[in-house]
Design a protein around this ligand. Structure first.
Ligand code: FE2
Length: 279
Protein backbone atom coordinates (compact mmCIF):
# COMPACT_ATOMS: atom_id res chain seq x y z
CA UNK A 1 0.00 0.00 0.00
CA UNK A 2 3.02 2.28 -0.17
CA UNK A 3 3.04 5.25 -2.53
CA UNK A 4 5.20 4.96 -5.61
CA UNK A 5 6.59 7.51 -7.99
CA UNK A 6 6.71 7.44 -11.77
CA UNK A 7 9.99 6.74 -13.55
CA UNK A 8 12.58 9.45 -13.05
CA UNK A 9 12.41 12.16 -15.66
CA UNK A 10 8.72 11.71 -16.43
CA UNK A 11 7.30 14.25 -13.99
CA UNK A 12 5.24 16.60 -16.10
CA UNK A 13 6.12 20.28 -16.09
CA UNK A 14 3.79 22.15 -13.78
CA UNK A 15 2.26 24.14 -16.64
CA UNK A 16 1.60 21.24 -19.00
CA UNK A 17 -1.12 18.65 -18.40
CA UNK A 18 -0.15 15.15 -17.35
CA UNK A 19 -0.96 12.83 -20.26
CA UNK A 20 -2.32 9.51 -19.06
CA UNK A 21 -3.11 6.73 -21.49
CA UNK A 22 -5.52 3.91 -20.63
CA UNK A 23 -5.09 0.50 -22.23
CA UNK A 24 -7.42 -2.27 -21.13
CA UNK A 25 -8.60 -5.84 -21.54
CA UNK A 26 -5.98 -7.06 -24.00
CA UNK A 27 -6.77 -10.75 -23.23
CA UNK A 28 -3.54 -12.01 -24.78
CA UNK A 29 -3.20 -15.70 -25.59
CA UNK A 30 -0.14 -17.87 -25.07
CA UNK A 31 0.14 -18.77 -28.77
CA UNK A 32 0.47 -15.60 -30.86
CA UNK A 33 -1.22 -17.35 -33.80
CA UNK A 34 -4.37 -18.22 -31.87
CA UNK A 35 -7.55 -16.16 -31.88
CA UNK A 36 -10.47 -15.72 -29.51
CA UNK A 37 -13.92 -14.65 -30.70
CA UNK A 38 -12.27 -14.42 -34.12
CA UNK A 39 -9.67 -11.84 -33.02
CA UNK A 40 -5.91 -12.30 -32.72
CA UNK A 41 -5.59 -10.25 -29.54
CA UNK A 42 -1.81 -9.88 -29.78
CA UNK A 43 -2.03 -8.54 -33.34
CA UNK A 44 -4.82 -6.22 -32.31
CA UNK A 45 -2.74 -4.83 -29.42
CA UNK A 46 0.19 -4.37 -31.82
CA UNK A 47 -2.01 -2.32 -34.17
CA UNK A 48 -3.22 -0.18 -31.27
CA UNK A 49 0.36 0.45 -30.12
CA UNK A 50 1.40 1.35 -33.67
CA UNK A 51 -1.49 3.80 -33.89
CA UNK A 52 -0.48 5.44 -30.61
CA UNK A 53 3.15 5.68 -31.78
CA UNK A 54 2.00 7.48 -34.91
CA UNK A 55 0.18 10.13 -32.87
CA UNK A 56 3.46 11.08 -31.15
CA UNK A 57 1.76 11.87 -27.86
CA UNK A 58 4.01 13.01 -25.03
CA UNK A 59 2.83 10.21 -22.75
CA UNK A 60 3.56 10.61 -19.04
CA UNK A 61 2.02 7.38 -17.80
CA UNK A 62 0.04 4.34 -18.96
CA UNK A 63 -2.75 2.84 -16.89
CA UNK A 64 -3.42 -0.79 -17.79
CA UNK A 65 -6.79 -1.58 -16.26
CA UNK A 66 -6.69 -5.36 -16.14
CA UNK A 67 -7.36 -8.54 -18.10
CA UNK A 68 -3.93 -8.39 -19.67
CA UNK A 69 -4.01 -12.14 -20.28
CA UNK A 70 -6.70 -14.56 -21.32
CA UNK A 71 -4.17 -17.34 -20.76
CA UNK A 72 -2.07 -16.14 -17.83
CA UNK A 73 1.43 -17.36 -18.59
CA UNK A 74 4.67 -15.54 -17.80
CA UNK A 75 5.45 -15.25 -21.52
CA UNK A 76 2.12 -13.50 -22.11
CA UNK A 77 2.80 -10.84 -19.49
CA UNK A 78 6.35 -10.34 -20.76
CA UNK A 79 5.03 -9.91 -24.31
CA UNK A 80 2.47 -7.36 -23.17
CA UNK A 81 5.13 -5.39 -21.28
CA UNK A 82 7.49 -5.37 -24.28
CA UNK A 83 4.79 -4.18 -26.66
CA UNK A 84 3.59 -1.38 -24.39
CA UNK A 85 7.15 -0.41 -23.49
CA UNK A 86 7.56 0.79 -27.08
CA UNK A 87 5.62 3.85 -25.90
CA UNK A 88 8.46 4.67 -23.47
CA UNK A 89 6.33 5.64 -20.48
CA UNK A 90 5.87 4.10 -17.04
CA UNK A 91 3.18 1.42 -16.89
CA UNK A 92 0.78 0.91 -13.99
CA UNK A 93 -0.94 -2.49 -14.15
CA UNK A 94 -4.15 -3.49 -12.44
CA UNK A 95 -5.12 -7.15 -12.51
CA UNK A 96 -8.45 -8.26 -13.92
CA UNK A 97 -10.50 -11.37 -13.31
CA UNK A 98 -8.67 -13.20 -16.11
CA UNK A 99 -5.21 -12.41 -14.70
CA UNK A 100 -3.26 -14.45 -12.18
CA UNK A 101 -1.21 -12.26 -9.86
CA UNK A 102 1.02 -15.15 -8.82
CA UNK A 103 2.03 -15.70 -12.44
CA UNK A 104 2.80 -12.02 -13.01
CA UNK A 105 4.87 -11.95 -9.84
CA UNK A 106 6.84 -14.95 -11.02
CA UNK A 107 8.65 -12.45 -13.21
CA UNK A 108 10.31 -9.58 -11.46
CA UNK A 109 10.09 -6.00 -12.68
CA UNK A 110 6.61 -6.23 -14.21
CA UNK A 111 4.65 -3.22 -12.95
CA UNK A 112 1.70 -5.05 -11.38
CA UNK A 113 -0.04 -3.26 -8.51
CA UNK A 114 -1.32 -6.09 -6.34
CA UNK A 115 -2.32 -3.88 -3.42
CA UNK A 116 -4.09 -0.54 -3.26
CA UNK A 117 -1.55 2.08 -4.26
CA UNK A 118 -1.32 5.86 -4.36
CA UNK A 119 0.78 6.98 -7.32
CA UNK A 120 1.98 10.56 -7.24
CA UNK A 121 1.75 11.60 -10.90
CA UNK A 122 3.07 15.14 -10.40
CA UNK A 123 2.81 18.00 -7.93
CA UNK A 124 -0.95 18.32 -8.43
CA UNK A 125 -2.29 14.89 -9.35
CA UNK A 126 -2.41 11.44 -7.80
CA UNK A 127 -3.77 8.19 -9.15
CA UNK A 128 -5.21 5.80 -6.59
CA UNK A 129 -5.44 2.22 -7.81
CA UNK A 130 -7.63 -0.40 -6.14
CA UNK A 131 -7.58 -4.17 -6.41
CA UNK A 132 -11.13 -5.28 -7.13
CA UNK A 133 -10.01 -8.68 -8.34
CA UNK A 134 -10.46 -11.74 -6.14
CA UNK A 135 -9.07 -15.17 -7.03
CA UNK A 136 -11.49 -17.35 -9.02
CA UNK A 137 -14.26 -14.73 -8.99
CA UNK A 138 -15.54 -12.91 -12.06
CA UNK A 139 -17.28 -10.10 -10.21
CA UNK A 140 -15.46 -7.33 -8.33
CA UNK A 141 -14.91 -6.95 -4.58
CA UNK A 142 -13.20 -4.41 -2.34
CA UNK A 143 -12.29 -5.53 1.16
CA UNK A 144 -13.23 -3.52 4.25
CA UNK A 145 -9.51 -3.07 4.85
CA UNK A 146 -9.02 -1.59 1.37
CA UNK A 147 -12.01 0.73 1.78
CA UNK A 148 -10.57 1.95 5.10
CA UNK A 149 -7.23 2.54 3.39
CA UNK A 150 -8.99 4.46 0.60
CA UNK A 151 -10.80 6.65 3.12
CA UNK A 152 -7.60 7.39 4.99
CA UNK A 153 -5.57 8.03 1.83
CA UNK A 154 -8.15 10.43 0.41
CA UNK A 155 -8.20 12.33 3.70
CA UNK A 156 -4.41 12.71 3.82
CA UNK A 157 -4.03 15.14 0.90
CA UNK A 158 -7.44 16.61 0.15
CA UNK A 159 -5.90 19.43 -1.87
CA UNK A 160 -4.60 16.98 -4.48
CA UNK A 161 -6.63 16.27 -7.61
CA UNK A 162 -7.36 12.56 -7.62
CA UNK A 163 -8.28 9.84 -10.09
CA UNK A 164 -9.30 6.40 -8.84
CA UNK A 165 -8.81 3.33 -11.00
CA UNK A 166 -10.07 -0.24 -10.63
CA UNK A 167 -10.80 -3.10 -13.01
CA UNK A 168 -14.49 -3.69 -12.30
CA UNK A 169 -17.21 -1.15 -13.03
CA UNK A 170 -18.66 0.54 -9.93
CA UNK A 171 -21.70 1.82 -11.82
CA UNK A 172 -23.98 -0.28 -13.99
CA UNK A 173 -23.50 -0.11 -17.76
CA UNK A 174 -27.09 -1.26 -18.41
CA UNK A 175 -26.00 -4.59 -19.83
CA UNK A 176 -27.38 -7.25 -17.46
CA UNK A 177 -24.93 -10.03 -18.37
CA UNK A 178 -22.00 -7.66 -17.60
CA UNK A 179 -23.63 -5.89 -14.69
CA UNK A 180 -23.93 -9.12 -12.71
CA UNK A 181 -20.10 -9.06 -12.72
CA UNK A 182 -19.70 -5.43 -11.68
CA UNK A 183 -18.18 -4.25 -8.39
CA UNK A 184 -20.32 -5.87 -5.69
CA UNK A 185 -21.60 -3.74 -2.80
CA UNK A 186 -20.60 -0.69 -4.84
CA UNK A 187 -22.57 1.54 -2.45
CA UNK A 188 -19.80 0.99 0.14
CA UNK A 189 -17.27 2.35 -2.35
CA UNK A 190 -19.42 5.38 -3.18
CA UNK A 191 -20.07 6.02 0.51
CA UNK A 192 -16.34 6.29 1.16
CA UNK A 193 -15.99 8.81 -1.66
CA UNK A 194 -18.85 10.95 -0.43
CA UNK A 195 -16.88 12.95 2.10
CA UNK A 196 -13.94 13.48 -0.29
CA UNK A 197 -15.77 14.48 -3.45
CA UNK A 198 -14.04 17.85 -3.77
CA UNK A 199 -10.73 16.23 -4.71
CA UNK A 200 -12.04 13.29 -6.78
CA UNK A 201 -11.98 14.19 -10.46
CA UNK A 202 -13.00 10.83 -11.86
CA UNK A 203 -13.15 7.05 -11.72
CA UNK A 204 -11.52 4.90 -14.41
CA UNK A 205 -12.32 1.24 -14.96
CA UNK A 206 -11.92 -1.59 -17.47
CA UNK A 207 -13.84 -4.89 -17.72
CA UNK A 208 -16.72 -3.74 -19.94
CA UNK A 209 -14.89 -3.72 -23.33
CA UNK A 210 -16.66 -0.58 -24.55
CA UNK A 211 -16.48 3.18 -24.43
CA UNK A 212 -18.46 4.32 -21.42
CA UNK A 213 -19.05 7.59 -19.62
CA UNK A 214 -21.45 8.23 -16.77
CA UNK A 215 -21.76 10.48 -13.77
CA UNK A 216 -22.28 9.38 -10.17
CA UNK A 217 -23.36 12.44 -8.20
CA UNK A 218 -20.66 14.91 -9.39
CA UNK A 219 -18.04 12.26 -10.14
CA UNK A 220 -17.42 11.24 -13.76
CA UNK A 221 -16.88 7.54 -14.49
CA UNK A 222 -15.02 6.46 -17.62
CA UNK A 223 -14.19 3.18 -19.35
CA UNK A 224 -12.26 2.44 -22.51
CA UNK A 225 -12.65 0.03 -25.41
CA UNK A 226 -10.60 -3.15 -25.26
CA UNK A 227 -7.40 -3.30 -27.30
CA UNK A 228 -8.79 -6.60 -28.65
CA UNK A 229 -12.52 -7.43 -28.86
CA UNK A 230 -15.53 -5.31 -27.93
CA UNK A 231 -18.83 -6.01 -26.19
CA UNK A 232 -22.04 -4.58 -27.56
CA UNK A 233 -23.28 -1.71 -25.35
CA UNK A 234 -26.54 -2.30 -23.48
CA UNK A 235 -26.91 -5.89 -24.73
CA UNK A 236 -29.10 -8.04 -22.49
CA UNK A 237 -27.04 -11.18 -23.11
CA UNK A 238 -23.46 -11.79 -24.17
CA UNK A 239 -22.86 -10.04 -27.50
CA UNK A 240 -19.66 -8.91 -29.19
CA UNK A 241 -19.44 -5.82 -31.36
CA UNK A 242 -17.57 -5.38 -34.64
CA UNK A 243 -16.47 -1.83 -33.77
CA UNK A 244 -12.64 -1.43 -33.95
CA UNK A 245 -10.39 -1.62 -30.87
CA UNK A 246 -8.96 1.48 -29.22
CA UNK A 247 -7.85 3.26 -26.09
CA UNK A 248 -8.64 6.27 -23.90
CA UNK A 249 -6.44 9.28 -23.16
CA UNK A 250 -6.61 11.82 -20.33
CA UNK A 251 -5.07 15.26 -19.96
CA UNK A 252 -4.87 16.24 -16.29
CA UNK A 253 -4.51 19.98 -15.79
CA UNK A 254 -2.75 21.47 -12.79
CA UNK A 255 -5.78 23.41 -11.60
CA UNK A 256 -8.09 20.37 -11.76
CA UNK A 257 -9.87 19.99 -15.12
CA UNK A 258 -9.68 16.68 -16.99
CA UNK A 259 -9.93 16.32 -20.74
CA UNK A 260 -10.47 12.81 -22.03
CA UNK A 261 -11.35 11.02 -25.23
CA UNK A 262 -11.50 7.63 -26.88
CA UNK A 263 -9.57 6.86 -30.03
CA UNK A 264 -10.22 3.80 -32.19
CA UNK A 265 -8.43 2.27 -35.13
CA UNK A 266 -10.04 2.94 -38.49
CA UNK A 267 -10.63 -0.77 -39.07
CA UNK A 268 -11.20 -3.84 -36.96
CA UNK A 269 -8.21 -6.19 -36.72
CA UNK A 270 -9.65 -9.47 -37.99
CA UNK A 271 -13.25 -10.60 -38.20
CA UNK A 272 -14.98 -10.84 -34.84
CA UNK A 273 -17.31 -13.81 -34.47
CA UNK A 274 -20.64 -12.05 -34.03
CA UNK A 275 -22.46 -15.37 -33.49
CA UNK A 276 -20.42 -16.22 -30.42
CA UNK A 277 -22.45 -16.81 -27.27
CA UNK A 278 -19.60 -16.56 -24.77
CA UNK A 279 -15.93 -17.08 -24.15
FE1 FE2 B 1 -11.95 -8.28 -20.07
Amino acid sequence: MAGISPRAGTIAHNNSPYFLLQLTDAHLLKDTQHTMLGINTTRSLERVIEHIEQQQYAIDGILVSGDIAQEPHVSVYERFYRLVDRLQAPQFWLSGNHDLIAVVQATTNLPILNAPTCIQLNDHWRLITLTSNRLCRIEGHLSDQDLDWLNQTLAENPQQHTLIALHHHPILVQSPWLDQHSLQKAEQFWNVLQSHEACIKGIIHGHVHQEFHAQYRDIPVWAAPSTGFQFKPQALDFAVDDIPPGYRWFELYADGPVKTGVVRLNHAVGQVDLQSEGY
